[in-house]
Design a protein around this ligand. Structure first.
Ligand SMILES: Nc1ncnc2c1ncn2[C@@H]1O[C@H](COP(=O)(O)OP(=O)(O)OP(=O)(O)O)[C@@H](O)[C@H]1O
Ligand SMILES: [Mg+2]
Length: 277
């Protein structure tokens, strides 16, 4: 049965996570409540150790909270068995990590096909879907390259293609530009904006204020709690060195990104680059 449109994509209530290290307990999350609607673009910021990655692991159903409630599209995750949980994760959530997490010897095509293999999709269909995802991130001409034959930015694009190949509703990215130079990071942010405009919900953990500035909402964490949660007008891309600020400063051509079938196009706000009050 389809959910009513008002169902949040993510709803967490009083979530806690305690890591036990021998006799020592680390209270990584100490009661986090959060609602995220479909189509939001959220940045999570905060000092090292404040619980950002722990929260991402919970949001991504990679780890179980110690206490609290986590609902994805109204489904309470703690009530699901292992199989239902992994189905929910495969269907709804894609991940991107700082270090790309690609297989060293596999071609771009193979990396992107792999989750489809685990989802039981036929070889023929997987090839078609993987080609589509790689084309969406602008790598339609690099499908047979291995990581060592790709630039850092291209490797991150492969990781993004792998994350979106199942057409998830939610893309979680933990420091996605942390291992990239600023120009390459900019290309990834441009790609995120394209994906967001095609209907994907994005949650990005970052230490970089420029990366956080591009989101529409910024959540600040401190000591396992949400310190602040604000909507903002997203900033424009930073101007290229020596470039004209009125021109989109992406040095590489914008990838040929295809729309998500059935997704509602969303308008990206044109902005003055300032935080809304
Ligand atoms: N697997 C684990 N076992 C034990 N303690 C952990 C584990 N993972 C994280 N922690 C602890 O939980 C707290 C929150 O860690 P977390 O990785 O979520 O922080 P973070 O905000 O992502 O930091 P960073 O910005 O450095 O990535 C830290 O005190 C950390 O040491
Ligand atoms: Mg972290």
């Amino acid at each position: 049965m389809p959910n009513p449109p008002s169902t949040p994509l993510i709803e967490i209530v009083d979530l806690t996570k305690v890591y036990k290290m021998g006799t020592v307990e680390v209270h990584a999350l100490r009661g986090v409540s959060l609602t995220i609607q479909p189509g939001e673009y959220v940045a999570i910021v905060g000092a090292s150790g404040s619980g950002k990655s722990t929260l991402m692991n919970m949001l991504g159903l990679l780890d179980q909270p110690t206490d609290g409630i986590y609902r994805v599209r109204g489904t309470e995750s703690q009530k699901l068995g292992k199989k239902a949980l992994s189905d929910l994760r495969n269907r709804e959530i894609g991940f991107v990590f700082q270090r790309f997490n690609l297989l060293a010897r596999a071609t771009a095509m193979r990396q992107v096909e792999l989750p489809l293999f685990y989802a039981g999709i036929s070889v023929r269909k997987s090839k078609e879907m993987a080609t589509g995802a790689l084309t969406r991130v602008g790598l339609g001409d690099r499908t047979h390259h291995r990581p060592e034959e790709l630039s850092g930015g291209q490797q991150q694009r492969v990781a993004i293609a792998r994350a979106i190949v199942n057409q998830p509703s939610l893309l979680l990215a933990d420091e996605p530009t942390g291992a990239l130079d600023s120009q390459t990071g900019e290309e990834i942010l441009t790609l995120f904006e394209e994906l967001h405009s095609q209907g994907l919900t994005l949650i990005v953990v970052t230490h970089d204020p420029d990366v956080a500035g591009r989101a529409h909402r910024v959540i600040t964490m401190r000591d396992g709690l949400i310190l602040e949660d604000v909507q903002q007008v997203p900033s424009r891309p930073a101007p290229a060195p020596g470039g004209d600020a009125s021109v989109t400063p992406v040095a590489q051509p914008t990838p040929d990104i295809q729309p998500i079938p059935g997704a509602q196009p969303r308008v990206i706000l044109e902005t003055a680059g300032e935080v809304a009050v």
